[in-house]
Write a protein that binds this ligand. Sequence first.
Ligand SMILES: *[C@@H]1O[C@H](CO)[C@@H](O)[C@H](O)[C@H]1NC(C)=O
Length: 212
Amino acid sequence: MMISPICFFIFSLVLSSSYAAVQDFCVADYTALQGPAGYSCKDPAKVTVDDFVYSGLRVPGNTSNIHKFGFVPAVVAQFPGLNGLGVSVARTDLGVGGVIPFHTHRGATEVLIVAEGSSVLAGFIDSNNKVYLKTLNKGDSMIFPRGLFHFAVNQGDTPVLMYASLSSENPGLDVLETSLFKNDLSTDLISKTTLLDKSQIRKLKRLLGGTN
Ligand SMILES: *[C@@H]1O[C@H](CO)[C@@H](O)[C@H](O)[C@H]1NC(C)=O
């Protein structure tokens, strides 16, 4: 028997997202407790268009820091309509010479878009330690596949504005250097597990607010 393409298409949709088959959306209810799967759904009768609109990305991120890097997330914690939909966005601002340090996003894939500025050296490292590097200019996009460490450096002579689209409503931001140096993990253990010199570790702990 032939299965018609339209039946196959509908069948695939049902298989790929049982959630979509039972309701249009599940706007985050910030007043209820959060479970492992995230927020529960706000009463649909109380949902308004404003649950699906967010203006926080109008405001630049604060670049007065060691990396000249400002980050403004629009994830489910700020943007309730994203709940359950598996997408989010963020705004990043880089001063001249600014850096987005090595980081990853709890398994989410990212697409980065350069909205303003030029000469952004962006890159990621794959599981075979191969480096993928490209200089991006206004209008360019680059993909950072899920789970892989990535970074960017503003090598241009003007500030940079970029937007990131992420394949999770709650992608997290795990920065390599703060994971290593902005807590009380002991210098000895960091040295053993990374082969870095203890003096360098102490220096980075002082810089980033770590102890031990
Ligand atoms: C930006 O961050 C710096 C350093 O934390 C702080 O002193 C300053 O008040 C912040 N500026 C704004 C506009 O929030």
